[in-house]
Design a protein around this ligand. Structure first.
Ligand code: APR
Length: 254
């Protein structure tokens, strides 16, 4: 059956890449982008919030929206899916965690070195001189979506501080993309979890792994364009499937 098939692939693997999308954080209470009804892009306009032009046009709206997302992430906790990914590191000789997510839930679950292809809510920087800026102190108040918040100014050049995420139309961080592609070409197994695999170049990573001979295992309750290249499709929620997969692969370990 599919879980055991996946365990048979994962057990002997020397180098495993885990490639995650918003779906792995869904069960922590962080909304995905494209799920019907709850997805962020069915409730908000990506063009007005997630492009460089949007920030130029209305920095307070954009900064306020990302502050809302950051405070929301700070109020939730990693789920059993993130924790299972972190546990993989104790079983697999070499583990590379690559995420499209801008939350810090993999890190808070114990994954030490996470490659963020789309940046992070926790690395704001100056929009003018690109110097890193401190993450604003959390006031602990209930985050309220849609509230305009004026972004802080850079201590060095007084430019506006922007979220440290990759917006539509922007290039991905070169070092992150290069190391992700490198890992995809070298790994034996790529475990893709909770991504619709629609946004490039990130969505190329599982396909590169497949082309270089890795076995692709997919964890997603819905079909995705990766179905045809996945050797095993585990249809279900990550917080349930991933712990079961780790236990099936290494029975007897906690
Ligand atoms: N467990 C696993 N997968 C889940 C779960 C869950 N509990 N809940 C939802 N999913 C799946 C959905 O079926 C969907 O395929 O997670 C996927 C989420 O897809 P998207 O919302 O498109 O998120 P993602 O693939 O990460 O988007 C990629 O698009 O907007 C940009 O920059 C943004 O990084 C993001 C990129």
């Amino acid at each position: 059956m599919a879980l055991q098939d996946a365990a048979n692939l994962l057990g002997p693997a020397r180098h495993v890449v885990v490639f995650t999308g918003a779906g792995i954080s869904a069960e922590s209470g962080v909304p995905t982008f494209r799920d019907a009804l709850t997805g962020l892009w069915s409730r908000f306009d990506a063009q007005a919030l997630a492009t460089p032009q949007a920030f130029d046009d209305d920095p307070d709206l954009v900064w306020g929206w990302y502050e809302w997302r950051r405070r929301l992430v700070q109020r939730v906790r990693p789920n059993q899916g993130h924790l299972a990914v972190a546990r993989l590191a104790t079983h697999v000789p070499r583990l590379t965690v690559i995420t499209q997510n801008v939350d810090d839930l993999h890190e808070r679950a114990g994954s030490p070195a996470v490659t963020h292809l789309h940046g992070s809510l926790f690395t704001p920087r100056c929009a003018s001189c690109a110097r890193p800026a401190p993450v604003p102190e959390s006031t602990g108040e209930q985050p309220d979506e849609g509230r305009r918040v004026a972004p802080p100014h850079c201590r060095h050049c007084a430019g506006l501080i922007r979220p440290g995420v990759v917006w539509f139309g922007e290039a991905l961080p070169e070092d992150a993309l290069e190391s992700a592609v490198q890992a995809a070409t070298e790994c034996d197994v790529l475990l893709t979890v909770g991504t619709s695999a629609l946004v490039y170049p990130a969505a190329e990573i599982p396909r590169v792994a497949g082309r270089f001979g890795a076995a692709v295992i997919q964890v997603n309750p819905q079909p995705t364009p990766l179905d045809p290249i996945a050797e095993v499709n585990l249809a279900g929620p990550a917080a349930e499937i991933l712990p079961a997969l780790v236990t099936a692969t290494w029975p007897g370990f906690s």
